[in-house]
Design a protein around this ligand. Structure first.
Ligand code: C2E
Ligand code: MG
Ligand code: MG
Ligand code: MG
Length: 289
């Protein structure tokens, strides 16, 4: 689905437009040139610990400002990047940019503890993925503990052993792994006990309905209870209202991400938020004004 990006990025794309074969081909060809034309950029969305009142990290979200089409949602272009294989060079570019940014913020005295990057199944399964991650971390002298890779359950459709092997290799390096969009999709609960992951992110579809739908509430509480027993960190994504936040904190979920606090922000805006957070000893205004 291609939806509005909201906030920084006016989104012109309709589902019908992308649905046509011609448009698909146009986008694929344009995506081939996107990197060299500097059309891709990264936005950052803070992840908050509401109990400690601090930013614990940020998620990196890719943006494409196509010269003829304007801002295109990753929900439109990531699938095209995956099918065409372009996700591999784009993924490398993203990881390098992220490490570079982290070091620049470090040098500016703005310490961001951890940065999360979304990784497609296709990237993750690429031979030498872990080696590539390691060499990028070394290139920019970034502590692996500061990188979190977000993967989705689509990764687990086949070859579970291979996936576990890659995860184990990454965690030996010190890199963190989180299961994104948890609760929707293909996986069953057994996966969170057999996969070497550090965190799970409760999918925003549950958070959206948490105040109105008892089933969503039950699922969120169930995920929290199991994660606690397994020693996994839980982040709730898509928190938009005070009511949702209250329910989550009441259920023991203190790590959250969502529009209620901040939308994903371009580099220079995020830098200001981070700078302010560090100035006030990482106690930040919990909400954007
Ligand atoms: P995701 O990883 O689950 O990212 C969370 C999505 O929720 C983001 O959408 C974010 O902007 C949005 N979001 C954050 N807070 C809220 C909220 O309070 N309410 C609502 N309704 N939405 C919120 P975005 O940026 O459009 O990205 C969509 C998806 O595209 C991501 O889902 C991820 O699967 C994929 N993606 C984005 N960047 C990358 C990337 O660099 N690499 C790969 N492989 N995939 C990416
Ligand atoms: Mg994610
Ligand atoms: Mg997600
Ligand atoms: Mg997603």
């Amino acid at each position: 689905a291609c939806r509005n990006l909201g906030g920084h990025g006016v989104h012109i794309y309709s589902e019908q437009a992308i649905g046509s074969e011609r448009e698909h081909l146009f986008l694929e060809a344009a995506l081939h040139r996107a990197l060299e034309r500097n059309e891709l950029s990264l936005h950052f969305q803070p992840q908050m610990d509401v109990q400690a009142n601090s930013i614990i990290g940020a998620e990196t979200l890719l943006r494409w400002n196509q010269s003829e089409r304007g801002m295109i949602s990753p929900e439109c272009f990531i699938p095209i990047a995956e099918e065409s294989g372009l996700i591999l060079p784009i993924g490398i570019w993203t990881l390098r940019q992220v490490c570079k940014r982290l070091r620049v913020w470090d040098l500016q005295g703005m310490r961001l503890e951890r940065i999360a990057v979304n990784i497609s199944a296709k990237q993750f399964r690429e031979p030498r993925f872990a080696g590539m991650v390691q060499s990028i971390l070394q290139e920019f002298n970034v502590d692996p503990d500061r990188l979190e890779l977000e993967v989705t359950e689509s990764l687990l459709l086949e070859d579970l052993d291979i996936v576990v092997g890659i995860m184990t290799e990454l965690r030996k390096l010190g890199v963190h792994i989180s299961l994104d969009d948890f609760g929707v999709g293909y996986a069953n609960l057994c996966y969170i006990s057999c996969l070497p992951v550090d965190s799970i992110k409760i999918d925003k579809s549950f958070i959206r309905n948490i105040a109105s739908d008892p089933a969503s509430m039950a699922i969120a509480e169930g995920i929290l209870a199991i994660a606690k027993r397994l020693g996994l960190r839980v982040i709730a994504e898509g928190v938009e209202t005070q009511e949702q936040l209250d329910i989550l904190t009441h259920s023991g979920c203190h790590l959250v991400q969502g529009y209620y606090f901040h939308k994903p922000m371009p580099d220079h805006v995020f830098s200001k938020v981070l700078g302010h957070a560090c100035m006030t000893r990482c106690h930040i205004p919990l909400r954007a004004n």
